[in-house]
Each structure stands twice: as structure tokens, then as C-alpha cells.
Design a binder for this molecule. Structure first.
Ligand code: MN
Length: 199
């Protein structure tokens, strides 16, 4: 049950926080992905993909690249509820290092993973430590591979752009396209709004 798997998330989420409680249930619609930019104590991006009713999540310190030569570290973090994909705002200091969050990119994804010539379900691919997906976002499109490089609770993965028509070594979307695809705000603007509210 998704509710049981979200226990770690609820345990860490502060009750004061504007973040979603995680009550929305999954459905058979197309699976979503989101990349949130998070200005916490250390700035990073969070990649989340919908799998079996939850958002499997990784913290990606440098954010995703469109250059297949880049291997971006992605550290697995706890599953998040599906409605977290819509969250934009400020997390109180006592949860997740606090800080401002924007929906940097989002859309749907397709599973491209195969094993022995057969399509491999996403949950199984994650257990195997190797997942290939095609993103259909506003900033990120085309194939991405996630490859596990170390185990444990906070397992380490590499996020790598696959060589396809959407690969582009010259693009730097994390710096040239900094605005939220939902509100048009930058993460700094969202952080500033929170400080105004404190006054
Ligand atoms: Mn984060």
C-alpha cells in the first residue's frame, strides 16, 4: 500500500508545513515525473517519478543534464506522495533542511527498460538498479538512464542522458531555464516571498 510506504515521508514532514499530506491515490493515467529545484541548506534538484502510487525520489545535487557525457549523481531519498508533484512553496526549517521549492519541470514519462528482450516493469527495474525512461517535460525530453552505483538506504545512482535526438551538449537548462513551469517564478523569488510573509 502506498500509504504504508509513505510513513518515512509523513514522519519527516512537519505539521506546520504547507507540503501536501499525501492522501491522493494513484490511478491508471499516464505516469508523471517532476523535477523540483530546492534551495535548502545545500541547493539541489529533486527528481521524482510516479511508480505504483508513489513518487520514487532522488536528490540530484547538480541537476539533470542534456549532455550524454555528463554523469549526474542522484541520491535515493524517501518516497513522496503523488500530490507532491504539484508542490511549490517554502518548507519550514525543521523539515528536509527547509527552503524554497519550485516545480522546475514536469510532464509524463514512458518506461523504456528491457531485460532479455522483454519490457521490464519500473519497480523491477529499480530493484535491478537499472532504469531507462523517456521524459516528456517542458525542459527535459527524451531518454534518461538511472544506474545504481551503491546500495544501502540512501543508495547512489547516476542520472545520464541517453544518446538520442533530444540529447544536446550545448544546452544548460538548469542555468538558462531557471523558472518554474507552473508559476514562472525562480526559486530565489519563492524564497523571498516567504521572508516577506514573516514581516
Ligand atoms: Mn530536496
Amino acid at each position: 500500500m502506498a500509504d504504508d510506504r509513505l510513513e518515512a515521508y509523513r514522519g519527516r514532514r512537519s505539521r506546520k508545513s504547507p507540503e501536501p499530506e499525501g492522501r491522493r491515490r494513484g490511478s491508471s493515467r499516464t505516469a508523471v515525473f517532476v523535477v523540483q529545484e530546492h534551495q535548502a541548506s545545500t541547493h539541489h534538484f529533486d527528481l521524482r517519478i510516479e511508480v505504483d502510487g508513489v513518487l520514487k525520489s532522488w536528490a540530484v545535487p547538480k541537476g539533470p543534464s542534456t549532455d550524454p557525457r555528463d554523469k549526474r549523481l542522484a541520491v535515493a531519498v524517501e518516497d513522496h506522495p503523488l500530490d507532491y508533484a504539484d508542490f511549490e512553496g517554502v518548507i519550514p526549517e525543521d523539515a528536509y533542511g527547509g527552503g524554497a521549492v519550485i516545480v522546475w519541470d514536469r510532464g509524463t514519462y514512458d518506461n523504456l527498460t528491457e531485460k532479455d528482450g522483454e519490457s521490464r516493469p519500473v519497480a523491477d527495474a529499480l530493484d535491478d538498479g537499472h532504469l531507462m525512461i523517456a521524459l516528456h517535460g517542458q525542459k527535459l525530453t527524451g531518454g534518461y538512464a538511472l544506474q545504481r552505483i551503491s546500495g544501502g538506504e540512501r543508495s547512489k545512482w547516476l542520472l545520464i542522458k541517453m544518446k538520442d535526438d533530444e540529447a544536446d551538449a550545448r544546452r544548460r537548462p538548469t542555468s538558462t531555464q531557471p523558472r518554474s513551469v507552473v508559476s514562472g517564478r525562480t526559486v530565489k523569488q519563492v524564497a523571498r516571498t516567504a521572508h516577506e510573509d514573516d514581516d
